[in-house]
Design a protein around this ligand. Structure first.
Ligand SMILES: [Zn+2]
Length: 100
């Protein structure tokens, strides 16, 4: 049980590697909880998922690659950009700048 970071649904979530799993990247900054539906979306739309902050490309560093995350605020659920650290925390960030 947990809350999906993408849609905010509470229920069954899967531990997802933001950057495709490879040696050494099973660290807190690279993990997020996704519901099965959002997990499937991420798998099926890798480009969009990266743009929207659910995926980190192979060459990226998860702890310095901003992610989106659904949080509970005073006005309900909303998405914010964060940077995850390797201690299980996160700090507010801004949408990454895109080239071109
Ligand atoms: Zn979801």
């Amino acid at each position: 049980m947990g809350r999906c970071v993408r849609c905010g649904a509470v229920g069954t979530v899967q531990r997802d590697h933001r950057q495709n799993r490879m040696r050494g990247n099973t660290v807190a900054s690279n993990l997020q909880a996704l519901c099965p539906r959002c997990h499937q979306f991420k798998s099926e739309h890798p480009m969009l998922a990266t743009e929207e902050g659910w995926s980190v490309p192979r060459w990226g560093v998860p702890s310095s690659w901003p992610a989106q995350r659904m949080v509970c605020g005073p006005h309900g659920l909303h998405l914010v950009w964060v940077l995850y650290d390797d201690l299980g925390g996160c700090a507010r960030s801004t949408r990454p700048r895109r080239d071109g």
